[in-house]
Design a protein around this ligand. Structure first.
Ligand code: AHR
Length: 504
């Protein structure tokens, strides 16, 4: 290694355990928005559509990602949704003005169709209820429709609709972004807390086995954060299992060093929500720990201007179709690393969204489906990031960015899969000009050897993929060595790295 390349080091040991990684941190999200459903997962008449109109090529890509849980049906959409519109004979379902995104909702796809689709791709569903225009009654009826075996009005209606067995949906969101002025039926924290508490109470009476997510802030930048959490959790702490966090980032001023440091904000967000939960726990003399569900996260800004120009009241318009570049993939990797570092509290996270709408998977109408740049860090984390998250000792040179100080060039997380006897080092070099020499001391992992070092890098931070081809693709890195308990490698400037070792 040459002496003028910046140097970083990691010391990793099996005993330094943060927590078991809950695989649901690799969740995603499908909303009735833009071309996520209509023209995305569902396109009757497409050459790869199954008998119900769901595209098999899209299903295959979702399966490759191995997505454990998918949030549905919104998002802002859910706050004006009548779930009853989406069940029963399709030809009798109403077309509605969809107010959140100002489109026409066909209701051709609803709860049962989506449950079928999710089962096929091997995902659980995180179902959200409407606490915007509706409340306790609609939520308890939907739960009865979905989870009660039979012999009652709503459960028998499900059976009449061809679903003899209950869907057994375990995870439920008590509304969506109820703090946001854009939300249909926005509430104050106290109003939301009361409604969410009463809804949760009724839902738990219908099915005591469910898990519930109380709405947290729509982003760390909300004026009401973290007061929203403190006030709403006063009401919901005893009935909820998780509080939600939503966070999107952009690089509007084209400052890439600052953009890649945004995980510092995510860290701060997670710390503050955790502390607020623990404050309520102490106040209530509770024994229960509240967990975090980052059930919307991603980069989102590329499509803002084109969305503002769309005509209202169309069906499945191209809304929120961000085309992601290489630096977006680096930040997505960094956000995944942040969740792994907080595996003790972050138990669910949903990359928002999955298909066409701010998504890793894109489709062409009547044409191909293709992978965006962000597909890759998400794939790698979902595939190799299962096991326990280990706390490494990290030494890294640092930089100051516009909004953050002391940003380590090296961002990393370590996952040890004891059963498979595999160790994975996820590492980002945030340096935009220099390579980074990395030494990992893994002497505690006797008998391990290097499997592969995958790298995602492009010389152009703004390089994108498209239906015509992928410019940003992972490849195998050369020159990484493992000797006498030490991994040595040189991380390319601006790169996402996955270094995998296995017991031989
Ligand atoms: O994911 C897109 C939108 O972002 C969701 O509908 C909403 O919850 C958030 O503001």
């Amino acid at each position: 290694m040459s002496s003028d390349v910046p140097k970083a080091a990691l010391i990793v040991d099996k005993s330094f355990v943060i927590a078991e990684v809950d695989k649901r941190i690799y969740g995603s999200f499908i909303e009735h928005l833009g071309r996520a459903v209509y023209g995305g997962i569902y396109e009757p008449g497409h050459a790869s559509a199954d008998e119900r109109g769901f595209r098999n090529d899209v299903k295959s890509l979702v399966e490759v990602l191995d997505v454990p849980i998918i949030r549905y049906p919104g998002g802002n959409f859910v706050s004006g949704y009548n779930w009853e519109d989406g069940v029963g004979p399709v030809e009798q379902r109403p077309k509605r003005l969809e107010l959140a995104w100002r489109t026409i909702e066909l209701n051709e796809v609803g709860t049962n169709e989506f449950m079928d689709w999710a089962r096929e791709v091997g995902s659980e569903v995180m179902m959200a209820v409407n606490l915007g225009t509706r409340g306790v009654d609609a939520a308890r009826n939907l739960l009865e429709y979905c989870n009660h075996p039979g012999g009652t009005y709503w459960s028998d209606l499900r059976r009449k609709h061809g679903y003899e067995k209950p869907h057994k949906i375990k995870t439920w969101c008590l509304g969506n972004e109820m703090d946001g002025p854009w939300q249909i039926g926005q509430k104050t924290a106290a109003e939301y807390g009361r409604l969410a508490y009463e809804t949760a109470k009724a839902m738990r009476l219908v099915d005591p086995d469910i898990e519930l997510v109380s709405c947290g802030s729509s982003s760390s930048a909300m004026q009401t954060f973290p007061e929203w959490e403190a006030v709403s959790l006063e009401h919901t702490y005893d009935v909820a299992d998780y509080v939600s966090l939503h966070q999107y980032y952009g690089n509007r001023d084209n400052d890439s060093a600052n953009f890649l440091a945004r995980t510092m904000d995510l860290e701060h967000f997670i710390h503050t929500v955790t502390s607020t939960c623990d404050y309520i726990k102490a106040k209530k003399r509770s024994k229960k720990t509240m967990y975090l569900s980052v059930d919307e996260w991603n980069v989102w800004y590329h499509s803002n201007d084109s969305d503002a120009k769309l005509e209202p009241w169309t069906i499945g318009p191209p809304q929120l179709e961000d085309i992601y570049n290489f630096e977006d993939a680096l930040l997505v990797g960094g956000m995944l690393i942040t969740f792994l570092k907080h595996a003790d509290r972050v138990k669910m996270a949903c990359l928002a969204q999955l298909v066409n709408v701010i998504a890793p998977i894109m489709t062409e109408k009547g044409g191909v489906s293709w992978k965006q740049t962000i597909f890759y860090p998400y794939l790698h984390a979902s595939k190799y990031g299962r096991g326990v998250s280990l706390q490494p000792i990290v030494k890294s040179p640092k930089y100051d960015a516009q909004d953050y100080t002391d940003v380590p060039y090296l961002d990393s997380a370590i996952v040890y899969n004891e059963e498979a006897e595999e160790l994975t080092i996820f590492a980002i070099n945030r340096h935009l000009e220099d390579e980074l020499d990395l030494t990992c001391d893994i002497r505690g992992f006797e008998g391990y050897s290097l499997t592969e070092h995958i790298v995602l890098h492009h010389d152009d931070l703004k390089a994108v993929n498209s239906a015509a081809g992928e410019r940003v693709l992972p490849r195998r890195a050369k020159g990484t060595e493992y000797r006498d308990g030490f991994v040595t490698t040189r991380l390319q400037k601006a790169s996402w790295n996955v270094i995998r070792l296995r017991k031989s």
